[in-house]
Design a binder for this molecule. Structure first.
Ligand code: NCD
Length: 358
């Protein structure tokens, strides 16, 4: 039984293998059309989603499998006070694999600890979104023909955007990657990602507020939505929301081969005229996401390796202090810790991966 909560739960070789399976699925869809016959995917979505949920569902149907689940937590037993740990055990009796989205960080980890079937994290709070990253990797590979020697501009909400966090985590491990982080200072990439990941792996990066100054250097431009729902101060959101708007005229100095990406939904970060530019890849990303999810579901249903190797431990009287962590919001969930996968000198919460002071 194997779960994927973070993109680091897959090795680089496994990610590359998934892109190869995805290409084969695209070329030979009939070969896979009954591959999951008799299997059920449960989609447990506690946070709004159009793309990701329907993408998982379409992926399972195209593999010949079935889908059960909910798209609104108010229809689930959560409203009666059921914890994720019990929901995971219950769903394990009905389905073969779970895709879970939650606004609480670490909720899918808690589900994976308690489920007897694989759990895929379909996005938890601002933490992680590994299947979007699989879509992104496949898109870059198809568009640029390589996954190394790439300058990636990440623009917008780099603080709360989980898609950027997982993207940076994955691409930091590829060769000769340079990041240009473009955001207002209030929404900059978290300090812990810089310290525990980018500096640790010697990844070149620049932080700037200006898209115009760097657009000509980029191979990939990853635009993101300002994550309104994650702001505690709505005035701050209003002040920051219109800072970056990509329009055709701003692309004048960009490379011919630029790959313009966006995990969607877009609000106003990319004007509609950009959609006709051959460099716009965000709708291709949607299609690639479905194919990569097919490849991942297939892999997890056929993978007998376990990754529940209990690499966690308890610490006397220590609790995660991140207010959006599942252990913080549900005191019934036991506090657990692990050694950071990026920095062995750091102890982090097992669920949300925030550092704790040693
Ligand atoms: C993203 C998400 O949910 O994190 N969307 C997606 O999954 N395609 C990005 C966002 O909501 O802005």
């Amino acid at each position: 039984m194997r779960s994927v909560i973070n993109i680091t739960d897959l090795s680089m070789d496994e990610i590359l293998e998934l892109t190869e399976v995805a290409a084969d699925i695209e070329n030979n869809p009939l070969k896979y059309s009954q591959a999951c016959k008799g299997k059920k995917l449960a989609t447990l979505f506690y946070e709004p989603s159009t793309r990701t949920r329907l993408s998982f569902e379409a992926a399972m149907y195209e593999l010949g499998g079935d889908v059960i689940g909910f798209s609104d937590a108010s229809n689930s037993s959560t409203v009666k006070g059921e914890g994720i740990f019990d929901t995971a055990k219950v769903i394990s009796c009905y389905a073969d694999i779970i895709a879970m989205r939650h606004f609480i960080e670490g909720a899918p980890t808690c589900a994976a600890l308690n489920a007897s079937i694989p759990v895929i994290n379909a996005g938890d709070g601002s933490h992680s979104h590994p299947t979007q990253t699989l879509a992104d990797i496949y898109t870059v590979k198809k568009q640029l023909g390589r996954l190394s020697d790439i300058t990636i501009g990440c623009c917008g909400d780099l603080k709360y955007g989980r898609t950027v966090h997982s993207l940076v985590e994955a691409f930091s491990k590829f060769k000769n990657i340079k990041f240009i982080f473009i955001s207002p200072s209030e929404l900059s990439i978290p300090k812990r990602m810089k310290k525990e990941l980018l500096e640790k792996y010697n990844v070149d990066f620049v932080e700037t507020e200006s898209l115009e100054n760097y657009i000509h250097e980029l191979d990939v431009l990853y635009m993101t939505r300002i994550q309104k729902e994650r702001f505690s101060d709505i005035e701050e959101y209003d002040r920051l929301k219109d800072q970056y708007i990509l329009s055709s005229d701003k692309l004048r100095t960009a490379k011919e081969s630029l790959c313009i990406m966006h995990p969607l939904p877009r609000v106003n970060e990319i004007t509609l005229d950009v959609d006709d530019d051959p460099r716009a890849c965000y709708f291709k990303q949607v299609k690639n996401g479905k194919i990569m999810r097919m490849a991942l579901i297939l892999k997890l249903l056929n993978d007998n390796n376990s990754n529940d190797n209990k690499d966690y431990f308890e610490l006397d009287n220590k609790h995660c202090s991140h207010s959006l962590c599942v252990t913080y919001s549900d005191k019934r969930v036991k506090s657990l810790f692990k050694i950071s996968s990026n920095d062995p000198a750091k102890t982090v919460c097992y669920y949300c991966e925030h550092s704790i002071e040693n």
